[in-house]
Design a binder for this molecule. Structure first.
Ligand code: F6R
Ligand code: MG
Ligand code: MG
Length: 365
């Protein structure tokens, strides 16, 4: 059975500040999704939030980039914005960059990850959702999951994974894509994906079957709007088991937190902390960046779950490590590398301060 999984997310208002999502927004989104399910447009849905980002997980048979599905998500965000405005939540409607929907939700604010799959006998899916970070934040974990035998032992000892995976990487500045076959293209690929601000892993495919294995959102809000409008806060869908890495191999990269950009004012590096949905709240210095993992089994498109996969003491040590890294980085205050380089900060006073001080700048001898 061919099923399309569409994960569409947006920040349409924060409670309190940019820390989390108000329950009334979740209720409104569920109402809209339920209506679409009753109408037969959706097979199933699951609504959740990571920090201030509202997440619509939908299954249907309309295929990717479908106008009806994208319009449903857009209209849901518009309805939720109305609720956010009424409650005077912070930044109501902040990710909706246009007044008019014109066929596709890409390029107008919300983040999108979609995949069309032939549902397997048992279809295990893990959906990662992150807050206070940027597209490209999943580059390192996706590399580890699908190309690093120190993370994924299946690459070495499971014959159906031994031929490796294909990574489709997008250059989000120049709007180009390139594919790498791992393991043989690994070193070439790392030249690019080690720079996640520009090169983002979009899709991963099994070389054994050609099937899609993972898909991440790569929207960069500041590039779309030409100015800072909010964080990209990416999402990623990963298929698991069988020809794909096991659930434990998919989760394992998050046991050792990596450092991403996007903390406080989208202008700082911070550790990405794996947390339960309940703890997906960006509090300390508006963070630190968080990631949640919602696990599902698909049954004829029905979403059996969510199983809150980071709600587990096995990730306590990762959370402690993330707190330690946060403490170390915070000591540096306004200095790089805690603060992002000048051209990457979402907030800056540089042009005005530079202008004000221009008369005081003198040529060096
Ligand atoms: C938002 C974020 C926050 C905000 C900060 C200032 O996703 O990363 O750290 O940038 O709270 O927000 P404003 O400018 O809305 O007052
Ligand atoms: Mg926000
Ligand atoms: Mg957010």
């Amino acid at each position: 059975m061919d099923i399309t999984l569409s994960l569409i997310k947006a920040d349409v208002g924060g409670y309190v500040g940019h820390s989390s999502c108000h329950p009334d927004l979740l209720d409104k989104a569920k109402e809209s999704m339920e209506h679409a399910k009753q109408q037969g447009l959706l097979i199933d849905y699951y609504v959740t939030a990571c920090g201030d980002d509202l997440q619509l997980i939908m299954t249907h048979q309309k295929g990717q980039e479908n106008e009806q599905i994208h319009k449903l998500a857009w209209n849901t965000f518009v309805e939720c914005t109305a609720v956010a405005k009424k409650l005077k939540l912070h930044g109501a409607g902040q990710d909706l960059l246009t007044d008019a929907f014109s066929g596709n939700i890409r390029g107008i604010g919300p983040g999108v990850a979609e995949m069309q799959i032939a549902e397997r006998e048992a279809e295990s899916i893990i959906i990662f959702m992150a807050d206070k970070t940027a597209s490209g934040a999943f580059n390192l974990p996706l590399y580890k999951i699908f190309a690093d035998p120190f993370n994924t032992i299946g690459l070495v000892i499971a014959s159906n994974m031994h031929s490796g995976f294909v990574f489709e990487v997008h250059d989000i500045l120049e709007n180009k894509k390139v594919s790498f076959n791992t393991p043989e293209d690994t070193y070439d690929m790392l030249v690019f994906i080690g720079s996640p601000g520009r090169y983002c892993i979009k899709n991963v495919y099994s070389r054994q079957t050609g099937e899609i294995a993972a898909s991440a959102s790569t929207q960069k809000l500041s590039l779309i709007a030409g100015r800072y409008v909010g964080k990209d806060d990416p999402v990623c869908i990963v298929r698991s088991q069988g020809v794909f890495p096991a659930v434990g191999e998919v989760l394992e990269p998050f046991a050792t937190p990596h450092i991403v950009e996007g903390w406080m004012r989208g202008s700082h590096h911070g550790p990405i902390m794996p947390v339960s949905v309940r703890n997906a709240r960006a509090t300390r210095f508006d963070g630190p960046p968080r990631v949640i993992a919602a696990g599902f089994q698909l049954a004829e498109g029905k979403l059996i779950g969510a199983n809150d996969l980071f709600d587990d003491p096995a990730f306590d040590s990762a959370r402690e490590q993330a707190n330690d890294i946060a403490d170390i980085l915070r000591r540096m205050g306004p200095f790089e590398p805690h603060r992002l380089p000048l051209d990457a900060m979402e907030y800056t006073t540089m042009p005005e301060v530079r202008k004000k001080l221009a008369p005081r700048f003198q040529d060096l001898d």
